[in-house]
Structures are given as structure tokens and as C-alpha cells.
Design a protein around this ligand. Sequence first.
Ligand SMILES: C[S@@+](CC[C@H](N)C(=O)[O-])C[C@H]1O[C@@H](n2cnc3c(N)ncnc32)[C@H](O)[C@@H]1O
Length: 286
Amino acid sequence: MAPYSATETHNNRVTADSWIAFTPHRRRVTAILEKLGSNSQSAQRRLCVVGAGNLNDVELSQLQRIYAHIELIDIDLAALERGLRRQMVAPDSPSITLRGVDVLGLSDGMSDDDVLDALASGKAVAAISSSVGRYCDVVAGTALISQLAIAVKKLVLASLTRPGGVVAHVSDLARRSDARGREIYSEAEIVESHMKTGASGDFFAGTNPAMLLQVGLGGVLTDGSFWMDGGQPLFWVWCITSTEQQHLDDGCLVAYALTWRVTRQPVDPRLLGETPMHSHNDRDEL
Ligand SMILES: C[S@@+](CC[C@H](N)C(=O)[O-])C[C@H]1O[C@@H](n2cnc3c(N)ncnc32)[C@H](O)[C@@H]1O
């Protein structure tokens, strides 16, 4: 298998020109982050976007109106730089910081057992916090590393959030062959085929929202809920074509967002014991 970071950078190169395909998705994600920011009481609001990649998911000029500072974090610094160029934001813009870091503090040579040890010992959490240095009011994982198990994903995001701040997890849920021409799905349609609480259900590995909502990291995260629209969880549609994203077939994806409030820091890594942290199958998915 290719080293971990090489796989990520390859995937990001493939999606580098997918800006247009991402438009409906980017519009939704940006609107959610704008709303979360405007709800924050902080005088100098800070946003962290983890797994920001090519920045296809976020419209920086709109977010800069709400947030005094934006941290864009990804293992693939070149993708972040490409994303900034596309959005015509100067790399030395004082309100934006690019961080080319592995949020797990891991290295390519590590085995899965090493990964588990790093998480259990707290080294990974320390690496995440020290790499960014400051907590954010809103921390968003945009399709963050679907090969990571649920508790790890939530731990990464919570570790960067100030107490009282908000974690947002945005993700694709599943591919739907009947989605073209639609903008949203109702909750009833999604529950029917995708939202089972067990391991079954038709969703991408590690993205089942029902399972994500179940993991509370021992009370570190509270008030978990779907992003709502008109009183209903919002499941929106965005479509890709094989010319825009060569490694994928044409198809439409259903996406959603979850949010939690963070009660305290630091996250105790022993809480990760509540659910498996890493799975070969999940990682092999990529
Ligand atoms: C599904 S992609 C998201 C792509 C991104 N939203 C975009 O617009 O291109 C997941 C992202 O997570 C990043 N990533 C994966 N593992 C990471 C890690 N351990 N630390 C930091 N970033 C990571 C990848 O480099 C990739 O950019």
C-alpha cells in the first residue's frame, strides 16, 4: 500500500479541478459555517477547517466576513496552497493560516498498532493541539479522513475547539443513483435506506451519522444534532462527473452536517476506549 500521505496527496491532485462540481456542496458548507460563526459570542472569531485539502468545500471570501481568523489544516500543504490560489487569496493574508500537518501526529512508517499506541498515550492529541497552538470557536471537519474511525475523527475535531465552541462534521453519506436533478432528500427517505444505527446500512464507511451521534467522548461533546432546515435534518445532493473527478464514475452524493458543543479540554484519550479506533477495512476504502 502507498504511504498514507502519498495516498492523500494523490487523491487531492485528482480532485484539484473539481471546483465546479463542488459548487452546491460548497454553498451549503459555507452557509453552515457562516451561521455557526455568527452565533459565536467571541469578539475575534476563529475557524479551523480540518482536512481542508483543495478548499473545494469552502468559500473563503464569505467566511472572512464572519471570522477574524481561519486556520486551514491538512496533511497536504500543496493542496491548501492550490486552493488559496484558486480563490485568489494571498498566501500571506493575515487572517488565514495554512498548516500542512498530520493531525494525528503520525508518520508514514507507523503500523496500525503504532497508530493505536500514539492515540492511547495521548501523543496524537498533544500533537494536534500543539500544531495549531490555539483553540478555535468553530472547528469543521470537511469530509475528514473517512478512513479514520468515528471516535478518532471526533477527538481530532474536539481537541482543537475551545470549551463552549462548536464542532461541525460535514460528510458525504452515500451515493444515490436517483439523485440527479434533486437538491435535497427528506429525513424519511434517508432513514429508510441509510440511517441504521448498527453496522449495517448503505453508507460510506465511517460516515454513518447515527453512529457518529452515539459517540460522546465521555461528555466532552454535547448537544449532538443534525444541521436542520425547516425543522428537518438537511440531506443535500451534489453531483460529480467522471471528467471532473477521473477516479470516480458519474454520480450524485448525499451529504449532511452534524454539530456538537464542546464542554471541556483536554480530551482524555482514554475515552477512546468506548469504540474501536481504527479499522483496516476503513483505511483500505480509500
Ligand atoms: C476527502 S478529502 C477532503 C477534500 C477537501 N475537502 C477538498 O476540498 O479537497 C480529506 C482530506 O483530509 C486530509 N487528511 C487525511 N488525513 C489527514 C491527517 N492525518 N492529517 C491532516 N489531514 C489529513 C487529506 O489530505 C484530504 O485533503
